[in-house]
Design a protein around this ligand. Structure first.
Ligand code: HEC
Ligand code: HEC
Ligand code: HEC
Ligand code: HEC
Length: 212
């Protein structure tokens, strides 16, 4: 046999072998792939961009029920309601306002209704310097006590700016303090964290966790 013939045979054997391997690969014969995992969709609550609450300004935009803000449907003009306190000097919130749970700051530091509402005109708010403020302008009230946070918010470092980066497509939307903080109980409620990513090798991951 000459060299040319031998090379030809070797190449033919290799070609047949690779063809057979290729067939096995394509047909999947003899390989056991693990069953694909069923990955459930992310709960839509983690995709919502809604703020924690709806402010008075937002309710006006949505033309929602505003009866809670109609103070003089129940109160008498020119007769400011008197605040009632218990023996420990804790404010008693009357039954008619039982949906208001006061808790502004630790140790109930800012629970007095008239720290914020204007007793002469319940439909207005009142800043620390006596300025009367409309309900829709409540950030000015918050800012009268929370100066640094208010400045951060004005600069866009506190709160959230939505809308459009490209102003030619549309305006930006700045949430106001009471879109996120309940003025009566401003601490943000704790949130359920969204689930972590799906692991490629869940079994191996469990083994790693067990070794801790
Ligand atoms: C830290 C400031 C602050 C204090 C203290 C405060 N409020 Fe308010 N209150 C506000 C602001 C601001 C709004 C408007 C919120 C909005 O725009 O959604 C409001 C809204 C309301 C409303 C209308 C709708 C609602 O939330 O029920 C009522 C009624 C009310 N306050 C009563 C009271 C009473 C009664 C007290 C005392 C027990 C009190 N507030 C203490 C700031 C305050
Ligand atoms: C559904 C009727 C109703 C509406 C609406 C209402 N109030 Fe009252 N409010 C009452 C009653 C009743 C009391 C207890 C008697 C009183 O002090 O006049 C009261 C008490 C209060 C007090 C004294 C709270 C305390 O701890 O003693 C404040 C302050 C007050 N209201 C503010 C407001 C403001 C501000 C609004 C509008 C944003 C408002 N209320 C709307 C019925 C109402
Ligand atoms: C009269 C002054 C005053 C006004 C007006 C006021 N705050 Fe406060 N706020 C306080 C004080 C005092 C604390 C408590 C600080 C502490 O305990 O260290 C506080 C605490 C807070 C906290 C921290 C959370 C907590 O409960 O400890 C948040 C958030 C807050 N305020 C948001 C607001 C918002 C939003 C407004 C406007 C609706 C507002 N505040 C209006 C005085 C004020
Ligand atoms: C888009 C939602 C959002 C808006 C709008 C917003 N806040 Fe906050 N704020 C938060 C969150 C979230 C925290 C952190 C909550 C926590 O740690 O409990 C916070 C924390 C705070 C605190 C606690 C102290 C601090 O700085 O960490 C204060 C006070 C406060 N905000 C005041 C304000 C005031 C005043 C405004 C309006 C001028 C405002 N916030 C607007 C979401 C918001």
């Amino acid at each position: 046999m000459n060299n040319g013939n031998r090379t030809g045979t070797v190449l033919l054997v290799l070609a047949v072998a690779f063809f057979a391997l290729g067939l096995k690969f394509v047909s999947g014969f003899g390989t056991r792939l693990p069953a694909p995992q069923n990955i459930s969709l992310v709960d839509t609550q983690f995709l919502s961009t809604a703020t924690f609450r709806k402010s008075y300004a937002e309710l006006i935009r949505e033309k929602a029920d505003l009866s809670d803000f109609d103070c003089y449907a129940c109160h008498e003009k020119g007769k400011p309601p008197t605040l009632k306190f218990d023996a420990q000097h804790n404010l008693i919130v009357p039954k008619e306002h039982e949906d208001i749970v006061m808790g502004h700051g630790t140790h109930n530091r800012n629970n007095n209704c008239f720290n914020c509402h204007d007793e002469q005109n319940l439909e207005l708010l009142q800043a620390r310097d006596g300025r009367q403020i409309k309900l829709v302008e409540s950030p000015l009230l918050c800012g009268s006590c929370h100066g640094p946070t208010y400045r951060d918010w004005e600069a866009g470092a506190h709160g959230r700016t939505g809308g459009y980066w490209n102003r030619s497509l549309g305006p930006i939307k700045r949430q106001i303090c009471v879109d996120c903080h309940n003025p009566h109980r401003p601490k943000i409620p704790s949130l359920t964290p969204a689930p972590g990513p799906h692991l490629l090798h869940p079994v191996a991951a469990v083994a790693v966790e067990d070794s801790h």
